[in-house]
Ligand binder design. Sequence first.
Ligand code: AHR
Length: 503
Amino acid sequence: MAKLYVDGEVKEGFIHPEIYGQFSEHLGRGIYEGIFVGEDSEIPNTNGMRNDVVKALKEMKVPVLRWPGGCFADEYHWKDGIGPKEKRKRMVNVNWGKVVEDNSFGTHEFFELCRQLECKTYINGNVGSGTVQEMNEWIEYMTFNGESPMANLRKENGHEKPWTVDYFGVGNENWGCGGNMTPQYYGNLYRRYQTFVRDYNSEKPIYRICCGANASDYEWTEEVMKTCAYKAPEHLHCFMDGLSLHYYTLPNNDWNHKGSATQFNQEEYYVTLHKTEKMEELIRKHSNIMSKYASSEEVGLIVDEWGGWYDVEPGTNPGFLYQQNTMRDAIMAAVNFDIFNKYCKVVRMANIAQMVNVLASSVLTEGPEMVLTPTYYAFHMYKHHQGAELVHSKLTENSVIGVKKEEQVTKISQTVSRSEDGILNLTITNTSVDEAEKVDVTFANMTQAKVIEANILSGAMNAYNSFEQKDCVKETAYTGYSIHDNQLIIKLPPCSIVQMRIE
Ligand code: AHR
């Protein structure tokens, strides 16, 4: 039996809601069909956004949405996506299937979507193929409240008041699809481009995100931090507020044979989770390098692409990155959430790739139908950690499990936080595919602990929801616990996540 000691009085950091962020790119059916169907669609919508998808996402609580890419961002010219829809440029989406992009979802539609989701906005600008002027004008168009060419254009296009850009990424993967640059070259470009990301709203400065490394490319972090994490004495801020990191979990590192999203054996299951656990090492090592140049309050780590990446579903367009989502993905999400929470003093935001119909999605759609994936339920069960204080919790007598000795994973993983109203939020995961586990929880400084909410997600490692069987995997009420005074015993079935609220 594993033992968990919790002290709700010992605070270990603030869990930024943005750790549970989302990402939607102009890629496959991620935006078109999945979210945006247009005002004239027969699918019920509000200003073109699917009502079913927006409702589900609101229940899941999306704190921030990153858009328009990804690789798409460095080919995107924002002026193509404003003004009357019939006049918008039809272009080719070169990165993703070479299909026509009709630009019917642009800046105005993005802000409308965020308004409906009630989430913060994270826009990714174009450094790879865009000009400084273009980036500068986009910021002016979105955020300037006075009279100027771009603010006037926004008003002509029907939006009088400026919007709030909470986060702005200066390029995406500029070491790859965003221009194949060296860190030195990008670092200098970053300094120049970010200069023209003006703060028109001095009360709400834009949080500038510099393009960070691909997985374990520590040299990139070192060079870019050296060049860009610079704070001139006369400046209030560093040139950057955040540095990104992208890390995808692939069962096999061969990009042509990554592995199936649904057909895998136990060995592959554990190997995949073992690889996802590498996130902790990446955060630790990148943030150590970053700390040589700036404190974590000055420059936060932004894990703005993460999640499982598998072979596309048979018969689908390889450029659309459409994959199913199983209990393995829910467990993977929980393991990553626990890592992000543990490092909440450095991880300022994380955005799973992606939100709908692409890669590790929470929502899948097919015509008017919608399916919620196991990853959706993982996000839903962790939502109370958003904006809560991480509190001290320590697991002992935990074990490592797996088929291969060198690729094992930790059996039990957990996060305990405290909401503003004093309620403790506990999420605890059993990664084992075939062994249940009892966890004996002791709450320090509590005499009469009371469970006020308890839910569970569990199933076979490769269980998933299809359009024929939408509810194979679903969050349900959890009763497998007992509580006396300050002692809680939780029985975790194999491959399960339990969420509890305790007062
Ligand atoms: O999420 C899919 C792609 O993965 C993104 O466009 C890119 O940034 C990354 O390589």
